[in-house]
Design a protein around this ligand. Structure first.
Ligand SMILES: [Zn+2]
Length: 498
């Protein structure tokens, strides 16, 4: 205190007005805080624009209610342009569009937000035939693309995309829905959400679908464009009845069509191969779309497109990943009865094990049996893993990991082009049924994983081979909200068409 008295020239009683340096700093802060804006309102508009641009578009209308200043700032198109880009991936044309008098806010509110529930993957309700629709934001449009497989039997070619509807802001007021079906260009249509994950489209001008040559020309055009076939082809292949039936069925939906949401299968790090959508050969029915998904030690291929025998939504293949098979020599493999014996041995082994397991439950542990010995050609799980894609340290497939592959002579393939080596094979079953999905049964076969993007299946009983090739298209807004949601969708799909 003596020191203080000397510095300030005042005694103890007058109190020292000189403060410690720490106190000075504190005051600095207080003063700075007093000078700083006390609320968001005092921030300069350009900062507010930055802040508001980072908030979800759905929150912005609430902010607009706060005060006039906020409302004014929220009319800045920069904010909405950024929301369109961040939330819906709209990159192009936004500035160009402003020239036409439509603001980014209107695009966000009246188009993107308004129709957000129809973005993603859908299956049209075309009875057993199914299909795949992908609804995407494309520039300043929302477009529904129907995915058609390439022409039979070229499974490796890309999918063919056909627009079935589009939505855009023609004028400021509301979004316009247009039907894109038919030869005469876009015309009036409607879209309505029926319930969650289900919507329907309606064409208001079906005369636009008509062709001058009548139904016959429409049939011929459909045959050519959708199936890549001519009348001659289908007469030769004795398919006229099947295909005419499909045409007539599809014509019922000239005016209205319902779509149900489907999800892209969820992917896990230990999956044998990336799950997803594939196109494959399927006997005389032409190419079909299937969805490959993994469920513990089972892989499933679910039909996305179907036919009157086995409709869309059914699990066409089920692969038992606990039953890897090592292929015999090429000479033995050419012999159908040899392959048949190998596959049926596994089928018998499985049913024996199932019987025994049932016996254990019935008779208690005293009758517990040793699992039957696998036939010598069946690779052990470890051996199979050693041959699997994870075997190589660098993750690259080594040539020595591959098994040579050839189709047995009696087995029919739509396409002579198929890989002559494979990574791994498993026992599996395929679903067959009579017309109208009568007496469905699972029939044994061989699942062959060729590489990351191709797999095959030999239908033993049918002596036929299907080759599947991955659809490399990118699908947005298609992930299931939870793994259970995907399983639930698979179950529901089976009921949609039966
Ligand atoms: Zn139409």
């Amino acid at each position: 205190m003596a020191v203080c008295a000397r510095l300030c020239g005042v005694g103890q009683a007058g109190g020292c007005r000189r403060r410690a340096p720490v106190e000075e700093e504190e005051e600095e802060e207080v003063r700075a805080a007093q000078e700083a804006p006390r609320s968001l309102l005092q921030l300069p508009p350009e900062i507010l624009v930055e802040i508001f641009s980072c908030l979800p578009g759905t929150q912005l209308p609430l902010l607009a209610l706060v005060c006039r200043k906020f409302r004014q700032i929220l009319s800045t198109d920069t904010i909405w342009r950024r929301r369109c880009r961040t939330e819906y991936g709209v990159h192009e044309n936004l500035r160009k569009m402003e020239v036409t008098g439509v603001s980014c806010r209107e695009v966000y509110v009246k188009l993107l937000h308004q129709y957000r529930d129809i973005l993603g993957l859908w299956q049209p309700d075309l009875g057993p035939y199914g299909g795949l629709l992908n609804v995407v934001v494309d520039g300043l449009f929302i477009i529904g693309w129907m995915y058609l497989p390439p022409h039979d039997p070229h499974v490796d070619e890309p999918m063919r995309l056909k627009p079935v509807f589009r939505i855009h802001l023609m004028e400021k007021k509301t979004a316009t829905v247009e039907c894109m079906y038919g030869p005469k260009g876009p015309h009036n249509g409607q879209i309505q959400m029926v319930k969650k994950d289900e919507f329907c489209t309606k064409c208001l001008q079906t005369d636009y679908h008509r062709m001058s040559g009548g139904r016959q020309e429409e049939f011929r055009t459909w045959l050519r464009d959708d199936l890549g076939r001519t009348l001659d082809d289908i007469f030769h292949e004795h398919m006229q009845e099947l295909i005419l039936m499909k045409f007539i069925y599809i014509c019922q939906y000239d005016n209205c069509l319902t779509y149900r949401r489907i999800y892209h299968p969820p992917s896990r790090p230990d999956d044998l191969v990336k799950p997803g959508f594939f196109k494959g050969t399927y006997g005389s029915h032409g190419l079909e779309i299937v969805m490959l998904s993994f469920h513990g030690m089972t892989a499933k291929a679910t039909k996305i497109t179907g036919d009157p025998n086995v409709p869309a939504g059914q699990p066409t293949l089920e692969v038992d990943l606990t039953r890897p098979m090592r292929l015999p020599s090429i000479e033995q493999l050419r012999n159908f009865s040899e392959l048949s014996r190998l596959v049926l041995d596994i089928r018998d082994l499985i049913s024996r094990e199932q019987r025994l397991a049932g016996g254990v439950e019935d008779a208690g542990s005293s009758s517990r049996a040793e699992p039957a010995q696998a036939p010598s050609l069946v690779a052990s799980a470890e051996e199979s893993a050693a041959n699997g894609p994870d075997a190589s340290e660098n993750g690259e497939q080594q040539p020595q990991d591959l098994q040579q592959f050839v189709l047995p002579e009696e087995v029919m393939a739509r396409n002579g082009e198929y890989p002559r080596s494979c990574r791994v094979c498993f026992y599996g079953t395929g679903l067959i049924a009579g017309h109208g999905f009568s007496s469905p049964e699972r029939t044994p076969g061989l699942f062959i994983l060729f590489d990351d993007n191709r797999f095959g299946f030999i239908w033993l009983e049918l002596k036929s081979f299907s080759l599947y090739s991955r659809m490399t298209d990118k699908f947005q807004n298609s992930q299931p909200p939870a793994p259970e949601a995907f399983d639930e969708m698979l179950r529901a799909m089976q009921l949609w068409t039966t």
